[in-house]
Design a protein around this ligand. Structure first.
Ligand SMILES: NC(=O)C1=CN([C@@H]2O[C@H](COP(=O)(O)OP(=O)(O)OC[C@H]3O[C@@H](n4cnc5c(N)ncnc54)[C@H](OP(=O)(O)O)[C@@H]3O)[C@@H](O)[C@H]2O)C=CC1
Ligand SMILES: O=C(O)C1=N[C@H](C(=O)O)C[C@H](O)C1
Length: 272
């Protein structure tokens, strides 16, 4: 095990999560902000990453050359957008480094490309990097297994800030998948993601999703198991983005010693 701080690249450094990651890494002894990346043409290129994140200068100017940063680094923390994440997955595989993917809204085709990159990179991907949500996933799987589809309906409710561009959230899908696993069914074949107009009665055994957007809400998720005369509600509230950033750094440090492959936060947290 290396005693040196892990050299981490933050891509999407000027974003909400990018800035949180820079502050979080800066406060951790075992890791350093080695480089910070934004897209070509971004007004933030050349600015000091610490200043962007409200820390004051840390001597790391934002670059638009990701490969140059990756080949000299040990890991990349990526909370950007699906198209960018696919590009970074290829570059992280080329550089044989750790790629922590927090980006949500990836398509099945995107996920295949990330899986292919994981033949060479150590990839940790999760729709939510927090300990609390991953524990909630385990609890959801257990509850869904115990409360069967004949008598209990499962709905996943989420709310996020008005800038969020994908729905349902990555976390809602993580929780839906956990419920589906508990029931021994495929989420893709049993989910109801939108309801509008004369929908007819609820199809038995389905897992429903409801999405709310507004204001500055960081992330609210509930799994409701609704039976005759009673409802069990399992929920998580995020009040600070540092929970995701701390999880991402933990994932990078964990993956530092691992073989190439595609891992989840359940692997990192020992909840699998
Ligand atoms: N898994 C988890 O625990 C969490 C996941 N997320 C996910 O992380 C993602 C980002 O969220 P958030 O920080 O709120 O979003 P932001 O829009 O605030 O930040 C995204 C950043 O990525 C940059 N970016 C996009 N494309 C590229 C590129 N090709 N090269 C370099 N930089 C690029 C954007 O730049 P520009 O503005 O120029 O496009 C922006 O600065 C979302 O998918 C979100 O759902 C968020 C929180 C937790
Ligand atoms: O976009 C966000 O902000 C968040 N995205 C993740 C998601 O899609 O679940 C995680 C967190 O809830 C915040």
């Amino acid at each position: 095990m290396s005693g040196n701080p892990m050299k981490l690249v933050v891509v999407g450094a000027a974003g909400r999560m990018g800035q949180t990651l820079i502050r979080t890494i800066h406060a951790i002894d075992g890791a350093e902000v080695f480089a910070a990346v934004e897209r070509e043409g971004s007004p933030f290129v050349g600015r000091d990453a610490g200043e962007l994140a409200g820390l004051g200068p840390i001597g790391v100017p934002v670059t638009d050359k990701p490969l140059e940063a990756f080949v000299a680094a040990e890991g990349v923390l990526d909370f950007t957008a699906p198209a960018a994440t696919i590009e970074f997955a290829g570059l992280a595989a080329q550089a044989r480094i750790v790629h922590v993917v927090g980006t949500t809204g990836c398509s099945a085709a995107d996920d295949e490309k990330i899986k292919a990159a994981a033949r060479h990179a150590r990839v940790v991907k999760s729709g939510n990097m927090s300990l609390g949500v991953n524990l909630l996933g385990v609890l959801t799987e257990t509850a869904a297994r115990a409360l069967g589809p004949d008598d209990w309906d499962i709905e996943v409710l989420e709310m996020h800030h008005k800038h969020k561009v994908d729905a349902p959230s990555g976390t809602a899908l993580l929780l839906g998948n956990a419920a589906a696993k508990g029931r021994g069914i495929s989420l893709a074949e049993n989910s109801v993601r939108v309801r509008d107009g004369h929908t007819g009665p609820r199809p038995m055994g389905t897992i429903g999703f409801a999405t709310l957007r507004g204001g500055s809400v960081i992330g609210e998720h509930s799994v409701l198991l609704a039976g005759e005369g009673e409802t069990v509600t399992l929920s998580h509230s995020a009040t600070d983005r540092s929970i995701f950033a701390r999880g991402a750094v933990k994932a990078a440090l964990w993956a530092r010693e691992k073989k190439p492959g595609l891992y989840s936060m359940l692997d990192v947290l020992g909840l699998n």
